[in-house]
Design a binder for this molecule. Structure first.
Ligand code: 4AD
Ligand code: MG
Length: 436
């Protein structure tokens, strides 16, 4: 009997096949039982008719409990006009083997009733089987696929960057320290500094991997472990990477709309909002953003960084992502190139997602003069010995370059329309969560 996945079942119409999975749901009415199977690729309704199977088999099917593992063999049938079933096909059951029957008195912990979020997070290893979580993680995969395709199709080389690092990239307050034989190391906050080295070797590069920040705040946008994709482009300016970020986001949204529409429907996402994501995205200077925030009642002062609430307020004013550029250098990382016309500003950009989602991308043009980078490392009180190699990039053929980083989980939260980033990653790591 061919073993098939449910998402390919339509190719086997009229044939006998075996499907292996778990019981999603079951209902019965006297002489007929309808177990619904789940195999990770879809849902399939099976039909067990009392007079078509042995009495033992009929009894076995009646006992099935939610999430018991099973294999079902039967004939694939297209659902007749006027009737509905998930996937449009059904299975007329001939045989049914139970892998493990979950006892009715010790049922699967997650039932269709409402559970609190902490309970669900404690059972994350089981919760990911549910249809909503499944849809979110399928969209996450599509976003990652779109990210890689976007860069691969544009001549970028994927160059992985290390996870153990000797120093901070994004400020010393969020470093995770780890013992590294007889010295200290830190988990990477960003692959950017290494990307700058590989950009000089390959021209256009990207890295994509886990990054770590000891974020002590409990917000809906922060994880302590998250995945970041970071392109870096030799000889690019701030304007160039703003255009790149715009094309990149548009590509990702289009890919999800094309390949994961049904998952967005499961999530009850307002798809029209995503369909409107088209270039050009508004360019808003930091100066303008501060003015507009003040006008809407924020108590932001020029020179300060935006808080989550400010970003929400700003991004709610537009129907597509906005590119906020040229923040004061004092609120940004050490490596930013100053604006030649106003050296107090950094040539940087944050992309804020619409609908109040806030920052999903941060990036900019990198400082290229040796003297300036040396001075900034001092001003930020970073250990100079850890940056020798980085300064070499300014000694041996320094070059203008720019890049950005996008946190995958923030992008997933926005595209799926979720309240919190905790559901966007299979096993989230947060201030109060290290398990499961
Ligand atoms: O703005 P950030 O800190 O920029 C950098 O790390 C640069 N070195 C990137 C570069 O230019 N190559 O972080 C970039 C993005 C943010 O916009 C956000 O999407 C995500 O990373 N991010 C987080 N996501 C989840 N949890 C956190 N704690 C995050 N911190 C940053
Ligand atoms: Mg940032």
């Amino acid at each position: 009997m061919p073993f098939v996945y449910i998402n390919e079942i339509s190719k086997f119409q009229g044939q006998e096949v075996t499907v292996k999975g778990w019981l999603y749901n079951i209902r019965s009415s006297g002489k007929i039982i309808f177990p619904i199977l789940r195999d990770g690729t879809g849902l399939l309704q099976a039909i067990v008719l009392k007079n078509a199977v042995s009495p033992e088999l009929f009894e076995r099917a009646k006992e099935l409990t939610q999430e018991s593992s099973l294999e079902v063999t039967g004939t694939v049938r297209k659902v007749p006009e006027g009737k509905t079933a998930p996937g449009g096909h059904e299975l007329d059951v001939k045989d049914l083997k139970i892998g493990q029957l979950i006892p009715a008195d010790q049922p699967f912990p997650i039932t269709p009733k409402e559970h609190g979020i902490e309970f669900l997070m404690d059972y994350r290893h089981l919760w990911i089987r549910s249809s909503r979580q499944h849809a979110i993680l399928k969209v996450r995969h599509e976003i990652i696929r779109a990210v890689r395709n976007f860069f691969d199709d544009r001549g970028f080389t994927l160059v992985d960057t290390p996870i153990f690092t000797p120093a901070a990239c994004e400020g010393t307050t969020t470093l995770f320290e780890v013992g590294y034989f007889d010295e200290k190391a830190y988990l990477t906050q960003s692959g950017q500094l290494y990307n700058e080295a590989t950009a000089a070797a390959f021209g256009k590069v990207y890295c994509f991997g886990p990054t770590f920040r000891a974020e002590k705040s409990k917000t809906r946008r922060h994880l302590t472990e998250f995945w970041m994709v970071e392109p870096e482009v030799a000889y690019a300016t701030l304007e160039d990477i703003m255009a790149l970020a715009e094309d990149f986001i548009t590509h990702i949204v289009k890919s999800v709309l094309q390949h994961r529409r049904s998952e967005l429907e499961v999530l009850e996402r307002d798809i029209s909002k995503l369909e409107g994501i088209e270039p050009p995205f508004p360019r808003v200077s930091y100066d303008e953003a501060v003015q507009s925030l003040k006008a809407s009642g924020s108590n932001i002062e020029w020179g300060g960084d935006f808080g989550g609430a400010d970003e929400t307020l700003l991004s709610q004013q537009y129907d597509r992502p906005i590119l906020v550029h040229r923040y004061p250098a004092q609120v940004k990382a050490f490596y930013m190139e100053p604006d030649a016309n106003r050296p107090e500003l950094a040539l940087c950009v944050d992309v804020l997602a619409p609908e109040g989602y806030g920052e999903i991308i941060g990036g900019g043009q990198r400082a290229s003069r040796l003297e300036l980078v040396t001075q900034r490392i001092q001003e930020h009180q970073l250990p100079p010995e850890a940056f020798d190699w980085y300064l070499d990039l300014r000694k041996y053929g320094t070059f203008p370059h720019a890049g950005f980083g996008m946190g995958i989980e923030r992008a997933v939260a926005w595209i799926c329309g979720l309240e919190h980033v905790r559901e966007t990653i299979p096993f989230p790591r947060m201030l109060y969560r290290l398990r499961p």
